[in-house]
Design a protein around this ligand. Structure first.
Ligand SMILES: [Zn+2]
Length: 346
């Protein structure tokens, strides 16, 4: 009898602990001071919540794309070229995000030196198979002078809408293109002075950096979204009609589908929802990758009676926290209560 009840208690206690881990995962993610921290704390807390074994953290964090990892990997002699390549990417994105029907499709600066523009027609071409087909206009940059810039200006005047606002866009486009050509000349000069594999390495690192940047933009948006989610679930009077929770449950019910598989020795078993490989072999959209785990964890946390009331926001620093037992523990986050010094509680 004693044994049976102690086993039951053991299981209950473990479950109780797991829902606290799930809550911590969501709260830590929302509280993280930078997007980079949000990403790494997500993996650390997932390891605790899903009970992943030794070696997992090292493997998952070792592969996780962070600016720190980028800095540690980048060799000193590649840095200059990588910075120029990143500036090239940035300028291209500025050019192609101008409010304009003209975009820069390509520029082969180590070959023919021809700028290739794509232009959306101002009027549909009804006699064409695709009335919205873009025209391609090529402008030779050549080796000297700024004749090409006049050609681009002429193209703009012929093909862009004739409005006063477009004058500003025209000036921006010409200025950016001037910078862009000067930049690609510098890149070409460096590329011609180093072995091709060094160029290749720099290109890989620039792409890696851009990927990290895109990832962190997604993380920052998700953090914002989750701070709103937590605030709303915490404060709402009528949980049964709360649209945020209903939306989260839609995702939860989609994510929470257990699959049964056959093991090597022929036994049927239920696969865990999130295996270690989910965190070490990333696939799919960054947004969903984080969100699905956050939704699952948050709902698992809320499923345990009384947990929602333990979700609080610190009056001092605005961080979310899960209140522990006792009255004092509910008044501020652990960090702020710690700062008050020993002896002063509550
Ligand atoms: Zn606080």
């Amino acid at each position: 009898m004693v044994r049976a009840s102690s086993i039951a208690c053991g299981e209950t206690c473990m479950k109780e602990k797991q829902d606290q881990h799930f809550g911590k995962l969501v709260v830590d993610f929302a509280n993280a001071s930078t997007a980079e921290d949000a990403g790494t704390v997500f993996i650390r807390d997932a390891a605790a919540a899903f009970g992943f074994g030794h070696g997992f953290l090292e493997q998952a964090l070792g592969r996780y794309p962070t600016l720190k990892l980028f800095e540690d990997t980048l060799s000193a002699d590649s840095r200059g070229l990588v910075n120029l390549l990143l500036e090239e990417r940035r300028l291209l994105s500025v050019i192609n995000n101008l409010p304009c029907n003209i975009s820069l499709a390509s520029y082969d600066y180590d070959g023919e030196r021809v700028l290739s523009f794509k232009i959306q027609p101002l009027e549909p071409k009804w006699d064409n198979e695709n009335p919205y087909e873009e025209d391609v206009v090529r402008v030779a940059v050549g080796t000297g002078g700024e004749k090409w810039l006049d050609e681009v200006a002429g193209m703009f005047d012929d093909r862009a809408p004739l409005t006063t606002e477009m004058d500003e866009v025209r000036e921006q486009l010409l200025a950016c293109l001037g910078d862009y050509i000067a930049l690609t000349d510098r890149i070409l000069a460096i590329r011609q002075s180093i072995p091709p594999e060094k160029t290749h390495e720099a290109q890989k690192m620039a792409a890696y950096y851009s990927r990290i940047q895109a990832e962190q933009e997604v993380l920052a948006e998700l953090q914002e979204r989750w701070r709103m989610n937590l605030g709303e679930i915490m404060e709402t009077q009528d949980l049964s009609r709360n649209q945020t929770l209903l939306d989260l449950l839609l995702v939860y019910n989609m994510v929470n589908r257990r699959e049964t598989a056959i093991s090597e020795d022929g036994a049927l078993y239920e696969k865990p929802l999130f295996e270690e490989s989910y965190f070490t072999e990333r696939a799919g959209l960054a947004d969903e990758y984080y969100h699905n785990v956050l939704v699952f964890s948050f709902v698992e946390f809320l499923k345990v009676a009384g947990n929602r009331k333990k979700l609080r926001k610190c009056a001092r620093c605005d961080a979310f926290f899960i209140a522990g037992p006792g009255r004092a523990a509910g008044k501020g986050c652990a960090l702020c209560r710690g700062k008050r010094g020993p002896g002063t509680r509550g």
